[in-house]
Design a protein around this ligand. Sequence first.
Ligand code: FES
Length: 258
Amino acid sequence: MAEKTVRFIIKRQSRPEAKPRWEEFDLPYRPSMNVISGLMAIAETPVDRFGNVTAPVTYDSNCLEEACGACAMLINGRSAMACSSLVTKLKQPIRLEPLSRFTVVRDLTVDRSVLFENLKLVKAWVPLDGTYDLGPGPRVEPEAQEKMYQMSRCFSCCLCLEVCPEVTEATRFVGAAIINQVRLFNEQPAGKSLKTERLHAMMGDGGIHQCSYAQNCVQICAKDIPLTTSISIVYSQAMKQAIKDIFPSPEVAFEKRP
Ligand code: FES
């Protein structure tokens, strides 16, 4: 019986400014084969289906179990995680492309540093560093922990940014992943101390007002995070903050008087 073959068509690009090209590879099917194991097989023997020797395909991956978020790419035109995309569930030939909203570093690897810059912008952390023992943090009830756990599952894969129609160079919209982190840290008892600063960042350039509620983010999220709920909650927090900024409480207004 003829050996079952899997065909990959991969968009290659040697440098950020290089012209992209396509290469095709035929691989013998292996049970439980996924896109990453296909890329690993190509790396072992980097020869295209016409017999030309080529360079192994560059891609990001780490955990191989949909836990790190590194392997996001376009698979048959759809944003997905390569390590959990089983070959048997994909239409052949399997087309692999880098995420389209980010600068290509090489082949399927893109520069996603904008996400980390935006995490810094919204101060997505709990300010606990100190030069002395700060003691135990505030108690968090199990129900609150459970709620926050859902939000904390974000693994920065950027799929939600890839599918969002508002994430463009013109809008500089930070996207659902960032807004979800704002909600998470605003609800965390120790993280709350930076809530006003986070909301001011949300009200600035590329902030929450850029969201058109297309809801693509919640559909694509690999971790089933309730992203649209996070967007609604942060939107309402930002509105309240805007009103508070215009009409500060009497004590604050008094303190500010020259
Ligand atoms: S390799 Fe970690 S999510 Fe795919």
